[in-house]
Design a protein around this ligand. Sequence first.
Ligand SMILES: [Zn+2]
Length: 288
Amino acid sequence: VTGAAGSDLRFELIVSDAIPLALADRLPNGAARTWAPLTSTLLVSVTDAVLIDPPLTTPQADAVEQRIRLLGKHLTWIIITHAHGDHWFTASRIADRLGATGVAATPSVIEAMPRTNASRELFWDRILPGQIPASPITATKPPVAGINIEGHRIELVEVGHSDTDDTTVVHVPDLDLVVAGDVVYDEAHLFLVESAGGGRDAWRAALDRISALDPAHLVAGHATRTDSASPRRLIEQTHRYLDDVDELLPLHDTPAGFFTAMLQRHPSRANPSTLWGSATALYAASRN
Ligand SMILES: [Zn+2]
């Protein structure tokens, strides 16, 4: 947990660690399948708190809930940056238990949520059986007046496709902060399953949108640490990973070859399981 000082507004990050998946297959390097570590952000003011990107599982959600209770703040809004379940399945649970004002996302994100829920039975509840709470779609688009925390504006900025379609970053001007969702990864393998057919170019454009906001603090959606103070490093390393994918994909005929080559370039990144899932999907699609 880290914080950044504002006069009456600050933020802190909660990283939910990688967790094992109920999958018997192994990575080409012998490792077991795991879900990536992920980041939730709390904006904390005098009496209120806002949660950006609630986590995936019930134990992860309970840790976030406990932190908000410990702070003694009233949770007003929960904001969701994109429709992937690992960033919103616990929103309803946390909102109910803490009496939140509401759950907010852009109309495009809300529109995609039923598809995410439809994939629970065959995907999510199979890889994490019994660990994900009920996920009714309670998100609404932000009120016309916008969202703020005790007078500090919170902007939802649509940046298009990154690791999925229609992603959002959250800009808090008074903190000079951008919470990037999955547009930015910090020392974790990128989710490339939806990156074929021009997706990586769109992703680079989304990174450019964040650069244009020129934040002093940038939060990555998947990270093992809570370093938000290096926006340039985070943007560059995400960009470089995408460039490496484009360079190495044509050089390898098999997902295992691509996986091994990427791992050699990025040996210290968290959750190679994400890379293996990406590799198998990209080669199955053949249009990588
Ligand atoms: Zn994610």
